[in-house]
Design a protein around this ligand. Sequence first.
Ligand code: TNX
Length: 528
Amino acid sequence: MISPIALIPRPASVNPTTGHFRLDGSVPLVAASPAAHAAAESFRDLFYRLSGLRLIAAADSAGPSITLIDNGHLDPEAYVLQVTPAGVLIQASNLGGFFYALQTLLQCIPLESAADPNTPAWDIPCLEIKDAPRFAWRGLMLDSSRHFHPVAWVKKFIDVMALHKFNVLHWHLVDDQGWRVEIKKYTALTAVSAWRHQTRTGHENNGTDSDFDGRPHGGFYSQDELRSLVAYAQNRGVTIVPEIEMPGHAQAVLAAFPHLACTDGPFEVSQRWGIHEEAFCAGNDAVLRFLEDVLVEVMAIFPAHSNRSAISMGAQPSNFIHVGGDECRKTRWKACPKCQARIRDEGLADEDELQSWFIRHFDAFLTARGRRLIGWDEILEGGLAQNAAVMSWRGEEAGIEAATAGHDVVMAPNQKTYLDYYQSEDKTAEPLAIGGFLPLQKLYEFNPIPEGLAPDKAHHILGAQSQLWTEYMPTTGSVEYMAFPRATALSERLWSGPESGDYEDFLRRLKPHLRLLDRLGVKYRQPS
Ligand code: TNX
């Protein structure tokens, strides 16, 4: 019995034909070009974990095979997948395209139907699929500062992202509660800033001062680990965009380097949530040099790709460096002689313009090194260099404003994409979350192109992403529970476009998809 195929995200076109192709241990995976080979290797690894069968790799084959061939006429990430009784043929022009074709093929394989686990064989229905993504930026943001995530789990997260054809992991590596990147020049960042003494329990807004768990928490990624993750992601079509927060969300850094603050300190790596008053001193040149040094090492870990003007993400390292820019309270700056002197010397109107000056400094620094700055939408306030890109999180207005002004934009509106919001209206039935209510269906109906944006500016919307802020996700299991299947719904909007698909049909296809997540051990929330 061949089960009906159910693909997520829905391909641009699916053409069923007659017959089936028998996949068993004798069928080689044939890849000639380096891009095809890299995609095939990643897939072999994934398929083995899902099915127990290690496909044979080959450079050519005379008999039935899964063959990957280069087709330079296809766009990056696009693919053609043909299953005939004689074999499987995949065409693409880059690693992403090959990998996505294999992911789609995976969803066509009725894994449950293998009769004998010792000699597995599956009948894949014949078909032809032509597919390409609607948006270039299909992202998830992971906050590994509020809670640290082990490298092995980050790899699992990348695997699950890749299964959904997500191609950007925006990695929030720095915040008040912990610094997670090894920086060779400033070892105190990992000796001190990566560790907090304990963590707030319960909700920040209704807890008391005694609500702390009394357990140290922390960790960091060595540069070697980060490089291996960049490569791991790249081989699965995923670009990692690192985020180094400035000038706010800096308390963990200030715990190790108090002289970079406006006031004397001492400061501690924060044990609680919410917006903090501490920030880098924007009037102190030592702050600029310190962050430049950090960015130099970050750029070396997350190297640029050669095609510097291209937006095309996925299967290549990131040209973008995210500098945060959100929620900087300027209280300290108002009372700081150095900040006030900077405002005077640079002819700035106020503290808002000081933040804008600060961000422009780093925009120039990154641009001079062939990189592009991206930041949360506060970076728009006070003006922004044209090349910089904006992540619209406080609703969609900032995205509209930025795109209208000619900036590239990634949509991340909190009410529509924040996965730290509750999944049910009955909050007592759910694990503690930050607040809000964002059900599966709302993500399924999310349109990355904001209403009210002039059609001739829509090309500035690179795509969108969901955010996994982890204040209230203490374990990797809780991240998985909050992420899936809501991110599954988002993946379809980003790959297939806002026009396609109705929710009931999505729910039907979601069932077999969740069985794949089961096989990967993802602790998703059962859709109600
Ligand atoms: C706001 S969104 C923040 C984060 C919090 C999040 C919680 C943004 C740029 N900043 O620091 O974790 O809300 O939802």
